[in-house]
Design a protein around this ligand. Sequence first.
Ligand SMILES: O=C(NC/C=C/[C@H]1O[C@@H](n2cnc3c(NCCO)ncnc32)[C@H](O)[C@@H]1O)c1cc(-c2ccc(F)cc2)cc(O)c1O
Ligand SMILES: [Mg+2]
Length: 214
Amino acid sequence: TGSSRPQRLLKAVQRNAAKGDPQSVISAIDYFCRHSEWAMNVGDEKGSILDSVVSEVSPTTALELGTYCGYSTVRIARLLPPGASLITLEFNPDYAAVARQVIAHSGLQDKIHLVEGPSGDSIPKLKERFGITSLDFVFLDHWKDRYVPDTKLLEECGLLRKGSVLLADNVICPGAPEYLDYVRNNPRYESRYFQSHLEYTNVEDGLEKSVFLG
Ligand SMILES: O=C(NC/C=C/[C@H]1O[C@@H](n2cnc3c(NCCO)ncnc32)[C@H](O)[C@@H]1O)c1cc(-c2ccc(F)cc2)cc(O)c1O
Ligand SMILES: [Mg+2]
């Protein structure tokens, strides 16, 4: 049988990006998605907003929900301060396998822990497994109907502290209405919407940044 889109995306990275150069991996994926096959990476326009929030937070410990091919994983990890790390959760083994190779090509593997399995199982184990007390930054980009339950789980597991920043992709397209309702009408969060466009298109989409107030 033929290759999958993630496998073709990986080939494009291996052909066109310089090994050990995260920016060239990002550019190779964006080029592939604009000129060959659209894929659900956060992309370059929303990616610039992601970059600015990560740079502002400068997290010691960051979490990503939904690795997919590792595009935003590389975007985040390339901006982490020395000694900081990114934990990324992915439950599809085929996507995880592609992501590991994309991450390896970028040279950022020492800053990234890719955990295979559903977030509902992995989140409760993060503290003991990685010796962390709390998360400074969380990027939500997995199934949109899981944003609320997983945010509640992060709270229940004591993984959020005063000032923890959540950044959610796709709050307009495909949309995460329950999540917007949850963070915007909850006194424990201070939320702000960053308007942008769906990756590689001119369809409206955006990111919601929510600071946990403790
Ligand atoms: O659907 C979108 N993203 C989903 C991401 C899923 C990835 O995350 C993984 N994943 C999912 N749930 C979990 C989980 N836990 C939950 C289950 O236990 N635990 C661990 N990993 C999980 C999947 O295996 C994938 O790797 C999307 C769509 C469009 C889109 C817009 C317009 C269109 F026309 C078409 C598409 C644009 C976007 O930017 C998008 O992010
Ligand atoms: Mg997305």
